[in-house]
Design a protein around this ligand. Structure first.
Ligand code: BJW
Length: 230
């Protein structure tokens, strides 16, 4: 049985990382669309760096840890190996820290930086700003950006996601509001024979596409649902 799982911000909410839209999508009074676009970065790089620097620091705070939903998915992958692919929209590293290995981080990773000029990607735990020096080129200053996917940019790993969706016997969407594309459309890329399960606190615009909608907290419902498959 081939299983494809898609996670969103809701799975990390109980680990202490705020979701995007539950708080009206606002950050310090800015709309998400005003800080998570290439245009915003061009217009006001300081603001955008500040947004990601805050989140990068928060992610590395000792209180932020994977929760039982992350651990249950990692354990499930361990049991199902090649049959299982985890696609996450989250840029945090909680799936990895819980032990998941086969992960497609389709919206990038907060603990990585990317050179605007060469596309080279670096592990990155510090703040970024307009004075940041390129690790491999001291003459290049202020040319690093967060390795994340902003609105209008192409998400990562789409070919692999497409293929996994087309082959999936079971698709599980966890903690995503299903309003951001193309992630919201992955459910449509699955075959009619695929069993589709949604786990979320609330209904989403895509709920009607699922065979079963499980309402509740990811930390409770994900371990319960995965255990029911054994
Ligand atoms: C719980 C819970 C608990 C809470 N337990 N549940 C018009 C129509 C259609 C599309 C477009 C359009 N205009 C523009 C577009 C395209 C655009 C888009 O979708 N815009 C929409 C807003 C309309 N998309 C793009 O631009 C994408 N690129 C693209 O389309 O390229 C072209 C292309 C074409 C064709 C094929 C392929 C490509 C790029 C999108 C990039 C999104 N980037 C962000 C920021 C990443 C970096 C960062 O983190 O800062 O990604 S935006 C933000 O939203 C972030 C998230 O990954 C993403 C999704 O959010 P998510 O995860 O669903 O979180 P929430 O907060 O929305 O929902 C949480 C859910 O959890 C809720 O439902 C809660 O109920 C639930 N929950 N606690 C269980 N404890």
């Amino acid at each position: 049985m081939k299983i494809l799982t898609l996670t969103g911000a809701g799975i990390s909410a109980e680990s202490g990382i705020p979701t995007f839209r539950d708080a009206n999508g606002l950050w310090e009074g800015h709309r998400l669309e005003d800080v998570a676009t290439p245009e915003a970065f061009q217009r006001d790089p300081d603001l955008v760096h500040h947004f990601y620097n805050e989140r990068r620091r928060q992610l590395q705070h000792p209180s932020i840890e994977p929760n039982p939903a992350h651990f249950a998915l990692a354990e499930f992958e361990h049991q199902h190996q090649d049959e299982f692919l985890l696609v996450t929209q989250n840029i945090d590293n909680l799936h990895r820290r819980a032990g998941s290995q086969r992960i497609v981080a389709m919206h990038g990773e907060l603990l990585k930086a990317r050179c605007i000029d060469s596309g080279a990607i670096f592990d990155w735990t510090d703040d970024l700003n307009r004075s940041t020096v390129h690790p491999g080129n001291p003459d290049s200053v202020g040319r690093l950006r967060p390795h994340v996917v902003w609105f209008g940019e192409m998400p990562l790993g789409l070919d692999e996601i497409h293929e996994a969706a087309a082959e999936a016997d079971l698709f599980i969407a966890i903690g995503t509001s299903a309003v951001v594309y193309p992630a919201a459309a992955i459910v449509e890329w699955t075959q009619a024979s695929c069993r589709r399960i949604e786990i979320n606190l609330d209904a989403t615009p895509r709920s009607p596409m699922f065979d079963q909608s499980i309402r509740g907290k990811a930390s409770v419902e994900v371990p319960k649902f995965l255990a029911s498959l054994r």
